[in-house]
Write a protein that binds this ligand. Structure first.
Ligand code: PGA
Length: 252
């Protein structure tokens, strides 16, 4: 099954309002008319509305970096999926920086994914092992456990509106990406787990991204792996030229 490549930029807690505007404009203006990949940028919450305006009329889509598992009410500081859906089409859930920094469990990530899908968003559900797990040789079972826990109870139709991002924690922001072979191995294992838990059609249609120190130099080799359907890009998504080079590295 052919799956359109997806390149998503995770701006994290970076950019001023002015910088967000020029970054969005730079990406929108620079995106090649014949780009084959789908492109999403995920600015910080306060800039979503402004960046939405900057992207108007371009093919670049908008996402947020997190959402509340709750629909609304007394949750000071949180942002609901339905609020995001008024401005954007996508949301990242379960990023390792939220799992580590905010104690997010697979169960909470599952609740956030459900909230996102219920609000009509497309979700990027992140999983990935830390260095001790990688060194222990248990990366595949640990990541598959995260996948099953984070997606538990979702229907085949719901899985059709989400993307999994495999992001090994030791590769995020370190400049040390996983090898293309390691990214492929994990993506293939994740697809196998989806096939086992749902069915072949769901597994064949599901997009699995790699994230962790993706840059213009390593992007092509990673993106040509048969089970790697795109990239979630942090640092390199803050420079239009680097981000657009990664978009351009996606094979047809
Ligand atoms: P990085 O971040 O590209 O800076 O490693 C990726 C991510 O955390 O999504």
């Amino acid at each position: 099954m052919s799956r359109q490549k997806l390149i998503a930029g995770n701006w994290k807690m970076n950019t001023s309002l002015a910088e967000a505007g020029s970054l969005a404009t730079g990406i929108a203006d620079g995106l090649a008319a014949d780009a084959v990949a789908q492109v999403v940028v995920c600015p910080p919450f306060p800039w979503l509305a402004a960046v939405r305006g900057q992207l108007a009329g371009s093919a670049v889509q908008l996402g947020a970096q997190d959402c509340s598992p709750f629909a609304g009410g007394a949750h000071t500081g949180d942002v609901s999926a339905s609020m995001i859906a008024e401005l954007a089409g996508w949301v990242i859930v379960g990023h390792s920086e939220r799992r580590a920094g905010h104690g997010e469990t697979d169960a909470l990530v599952n609740a956030k994914a459900r909230a996102a899908l219920a609000a009509g968003l497309q979700a990027v559900v992140c999983v990935g092992e830390d260095l001790p797990v990688r060194e222990s040789g248990n990366a595949v079972p640990v990541v598959l456990g995260q996948v099953v826990g984070s997606l538990s109870g979702l229907s085949a139709a719901e899985l059709g509106r989400l993307v999994i991002a495999y992001e090994p924690v030791w590769a995020i922001g370190t400049g040390v990406a996983a090898t293309a072979g390691d990214a492929q191995e994990m993506a293939e294992a994740i697809r196998g787990a989806i096939q086992a838990g749902w069915d072949t059609a769901v597994a064949g249609g599901l997009r699995i991204l790699y994230g962790g120190s993706v840059n213009p130099t390593n992007a092509h080799e990673i993106l040509i792996q048969p089970d790697v359907d795109g990239a979630l890009v942090g640092g390199a998504s803050l420079q239009p030229d680097a981000f657009l080079a990664i978009v351009a590295a996606a094979p047809r």
